[in-house]
Design a protein around this ligand. Structure first.
Ligand SMILES: Nc1ncnc2c1ncn2[C@@H]1O[C@H](COP(=O)(O)OP(=O)(O)OP(=O)(O)O)[C@@H](O)[C@H]1O
Ligand SMILES: [Mg+2]
Length: 250
């Protein structure tokens, strides 16, 4: 249960063109198997960059100054791009901040999930469709057949968010990095997505890295969390973390 499935050790990322500008500054984070780990911080604090780094995607404008990113016990920065590409999705997957940008507008939602499933685990025609519907049911999409036949823009924000979760889960990852999964949703839907995360952890043993602005929401769900401020990990009692808390109480 407590074995680390992904960990980041003392990661420092700088802008390639301006190496004195640190985007992440000595950040460490451990994701134990089956746990929910929160990453909280204000806009521009480095949350998405940290999520991408855990996926082995360092933005080309940035360079690694120090640190390691481990999947189980192997340093991902030492792996070749081909190996990373194969493992990404199957090992660690990410649902992105902008649900709209995860999908290609010209294909139906169902076809895109099918394609993502097939890329890691080819299975034949009818069976594959059934698995795709099952995946949509798992993330509590009502009427999966109808939703699968829709184009991304035809879905409501809440359904598109769930469809994106299905897409992120299509290769059966051990770790899901969920970047602001509820930021575009109203409070009721936010609560349902949080319930869904609990269920996915319980039923699939999924580890979840939950990235959000909302410290209160993350605190309710996460076993552990880190607060980022300007690329640095700060304590929960840091004035910045308190400001985040009180901002929600207003
Ligand atoms: N591809 C990039 N090239 C250059 N700078 C970048 C790039 N991506 C992010 N940054 C910079 O890195 C810093 C951290 O950005 P990041 O997107 O990780 O923050 P965030 O915490 O996810 O913010 P938000 O809450 O707004 O999503 C910001 O200063 C941002 O401008
Ligand atoms: Mg972000």
């Amino acid at each position: 249960m407590n074995e680390a499935i992904v960990s980041v050790k003392n990661l420092t990322l700088a802008l390639a063109e301006s190496p004195a500008t640190l985007i992440l500054d000595d950040v460490s984070l451990v994701v134990p198997r089956g746990s929910i780990v929160g990453v909280v911080g204000g806009s521009g604090s480095g949350k998405t960059t940290l999520g991408l780094a855990m996926l082995g995607l360092i933005p080309s404008a940035m360079q690694v100054k120090t640190g390691k990113i481990l999947w189980e016990d192997r340093d991902l920065l030492m792996r070749g791009p081909e190996e990373l590409r194969r493992m990404r999705g199957a090992r660690v997957s990410m649902s992105f901040q902008e649900a709209a940008s995860a999908f290609d507008p010209v294909f139906t939602v169902g076809d895109q999930i099918l394609e993502a499933m097939a890329a890691h685990n080819p299975s034949a025609g009818k069976l594959a469709r059934q698995k795709m519907f099952d995946l949509l049911s798992l993330v509590e999409v009502p009427d999966p057949r109808r939703v699968a036949a829709n184009y991304p823009h035809e879905l409501s924000g809440g359904l598109r968010q769930r469809a994106m979760l299905a897409l992120a889960l299509s290769a059966k990852p051990s770790v899901l990095i969920a970047d602001e999964p509820t930021s575009s949703l109203d409070v009721t839907l936010q609560a349902r997505v949080m319930q869904l995360f609990r269920k996915l952890r319980r039923d699939l043993g999924l580890s979840i890295v939950l990235i959000a602005h909302d410290l209160g929401m993350v605190e309710r769900l996460a076993d552990e969390m880190v607060v980022l401020s300007k690329g640095c990990v700060v304590g929960k009692d840091h004035p910045y973390a308190r400001a985040l808390m009180s901002a929600q109480e207003m």
